[in-house]
Design a protein around this ligand. Structure first.
Ligand SMILES: NC(=O)C1=CN([C@@H]2O[C@H](COP(=O)(O)OP(=O)(O)OC[C@H]3O[C@@H](n4cnc5c(N)ncnc54)[C@H](OP(=O)(O)O)[C@@H]3O)[C@@H](O)[C@H]2O)C=CC1
Ligand SMILES: O=C1O[C@H](COP(=O)(O)O)[C@@H](O)[C@H](O)[C@H]1O
Length: 596
């Protein structure tokens, strides 16, 4: 039984059940279009033809009317490549402010409470993301931020702590210091226990003072270890939920460690909050290139027709970090890389990659398709998994530690810090196509990418110019999520000259070269969405169940059989076993080799 007050934007019943979903979607759309300030409206389709100099923006249907009205405003140039462009125009200060705060109805407020404010994630990600949103004018006019944790701190001490982590994303941003001071004035702290209703009542009292009689909306970000999620939600729900606005809870991963514990967590949460109040965060869904995946597929004619077993040989999801579990060994040892990265981040990307076309961009339509594709997947088999653990390695006189050198990790730990897996989707579109995943810590580089390897060209006229390794000449689409965000397509072309030599080149969209603006952090996007009640990038409980169903059997088997991981040196490319696994399915990892 939920005790949080119902949301004013969304009915408290399940968002994907019968009639309420229609009402809910309607409310969400209205909420989105009415409260998000103009420059924070990524949901609205806007085709930007060129970024430097600033191009005419063609919104919602790319109407020529808009383009011609821009022309009548003054200077429009036709660039060499046929793109309409106008010099950047800065509207008068006042008009920007009106646009920014058009949602700021005087009588509503949002309070954001970071539960676990003294912790690593709060300092590293949450406060900086909130400041960036404030800097960009994306937070509502009336907002308050509270830090809540057991540590004793005054408001001033919290501000000092927060200020140390804040930077303007681009050094030369205007008025950064001034904005920072204004932001910090809106940050407060309350010290309390996570299981004390009395302490949450004190918080409630303070929140009310700041809400000052306005319609009060409250967002709780649970940035605490999972064993205290339920206590905190219970206390927030019973003692500090919004009296007349919405109350939402952002829950950080891990959402359990297998099917059973995840279902138990959801059941316990639902004693105090409804599903539509729970925002399960997977920060990879907030990354720019993951967001772009659907745009790439569904708004370009050239990709979607190729998006199936007919043209795609295999798909690879690769995550690598060039550092170990430094500082988080205690948490990590209870989870391991499969739970830490594969079951959530990589599987979420896979679902977006492989799902059928959703009915609309509505959160429930997208999440329905993701659940469908996850349910079509074959549970992972032990034979299709390779695990590894990093060992100490000395390079250039520097000794890099083994995983088990971490004081919080048992010496005999078998927890994998690397895993590779082959997954399959048993549906008409993907039958027989291997979806390979690889994730590891303490590897030779840091990257997250999707690689799509296409089939061979049948009866290729140029086979004799290609050489014996035909696989090397197939097209490959790479979506590089990080670092250096990029989308590139490997094609074959002729080397200029009188002979007939083939070359492999990249058609390359490198974000840093194409866009002057820095890419926002994933947490900014997700926090803004949670404030606005946009659930598209958050995990619904049935998605979570489907994800755990795929991985739980193999995780149980690995642990029961005490499978020993293959040891790989810190800073290496990981266990060779991952190559044997790929070779079994006639796949070569795309991130290996000179031309990646
Ligand atoms: N850090 C990261 O990079 C990431 C973290 N996460 C998840 O986010 C959440 C927060 O992570 P993180 O900030 O690293 O966590 P921390 O370990 O830093 O814990 C956050 C705060 O919770 C309190 N706390 C810690 N341990 C306990 C305990 N045993 N009992 C009661 N309170 C405790 C402490 O505050 P105090 O003592 O002041 O009460 C601490 O400052 C976790 O669920 C984590 O799994 C997810 C992705 C990445
Ligand atoms: O969720 C997690 O993600 C980080 C990697 O995130 P990124 O945005 O820096 O790529 C990972 O280090 C951590 O182990 C994991 O819990």
């Amino acid at each position: 039984m939920a005790t949080f007050a119902p949301s004013t934007h969304c009915p408290s019943s399940s968002p994907y059940s019968n009639d309420s979903s229609v009402i809910n979607r309607f409310h969400q759309r209205v909420a989105l279009s009415s409260i998000r300030p103009k420059q924070c409206r990524p949901r609205k389709l806007s085709l930007q033809q060129s970024s430097r100099p600033k191009a005419v923006q063609l919104q919602d249907g790319a109407s020529t009317k808009k383009a011609s009205s821009a022309k009548s405003d003054g200077v429009v140039n036709i660039l060499k490549d046929g793109i309409l462009s106008v010099p950047p125009v800065t509207p008068p200060e006042e008009s920007i402010d009106v646009a920014k705060f058009d949602y700021d109805k005087e009588n509503s407020t949002v309070s954001i409470t970071v539960v676990g404010a003294s912790g690593d994630l709060a300092k590293k990600k949450i406060f900086p993301a909130l400041f960036a949103l404030y800097y960009e004018g994306c937070l509502p006019k009336h907002f308050t931020i509270f830090g809540y944790a057991r540590s004793k701190m005054s408001d001033a001490e919290l501000r000092t702590m927060v200020s140390k982590t804040l930077t303007c994303r681009i050094d030369k941003r205007e008025n950064c210091g001034e904005k920072m001071d204004q932001f910090l004035e809106r940050c407060f702290y309350h010290s309390g226990q996570y299981d004390s209703q009395e302490n949450f009542l004190e918080l409630d009292k303070k929140l009310k003072e700041h809400e000052d009689g306005r319609v009060a909306n409250r967002l709780y970000y649970l940035s605490i270890p999972p064993n205290i999620f339920i206590d905190a939600v219970k206390c927030a729900s019973k003692s500090a939920s919004a009296a007349n606005g919405w109350t939402r809870v952002i829950v950080e991963k891990p959402f359990g460690r297998d099917s059973e514990s995840s279902a138990a967590l959801t059941r316990s949460l639902k004693q105090y909050v409804d599903e539509d109040q729970i925002f399960r965060i997977d920060h990879y869904l907030g990354k720019e290139l993951v967001e772009n995946l659907s745009v790439l597929r569904f708004s370009n004619l050239i990709f979607e027709p190729l998006w199936s077993r007919q043209y795609i040989r295999n798909v690879q999801f690769i995550f690598a970090e060039d550092f170990g579990t430094e500082g988080r060994g205690g948490y990590f040892d209870n989870y391991g890389i499969i739970r830490d990265i594969m079951q959530n981040h990589l599987l979420q990307i896979l679902a977006l990659f492989a799902m059928e076309t959703p009915v609309s961009l509505d959160a429930e339509d997208i999440r329905n398709e993701k659940v469908k594709v996850l349910r079509s997947m074959r549970p992972l088999q032990l034979d299709d998994v390779v695990i590894g653990q990093y060992k100490s390695h000395t390079r250039g006189g520097v000794k890099y530690p083994a995983y088990t050198d971490d004081k919080t990790v048992p010496n005999d730990s078998l927890t994998p810090t690397f895993a590779a897996a082959a997954l399959f989707i048993d549906n008409a579109r993907w039958d027989g196509v291997p979806f390979l995943m690889k994730a590891g810590k303490a590897l030779h580089d840091r990257r997250a990418e999707i690689r799509v390897q296409f089939r061979h060209v049948p009866g290729n006229l140029y086979n004799k110019n290609i050489g014996t390794d035909v696989d090397l000449a197939t097209n490959e689409l790479v979506i590089r999520v990080q670092p250096d965000e990029a989308i590139y397509l490997k094609i074959n072309n002729k080397v200029p000259g009188l002979g007939m030599r083939l070359d492999r080149s990249n058609l390359n969209l490198l974000y840093a070269a194409r866009y002057a603006k820095e890419i926002p952090d994933a947490y900014e996007r997700l926090l803004l969405d949670a404030i606005e009640g946009e659930r598209r990038l958050f995990i619904r409980s049935d998605e979570l169940d489907a994800a755990w169903s795929l991985f739980t059997p193999v995780l149980t088997e690995l642990e029961k059989k005490k499978i020993v991981p293959e040891y790989y040196p810190y800073g290496s490319r990981g266990p060779v076993g991952s190559h044997y696994l790929a070779a079994r399915y006639k796949v070569r990892w795309g991130d290996v080799g000179s031309e990646q």
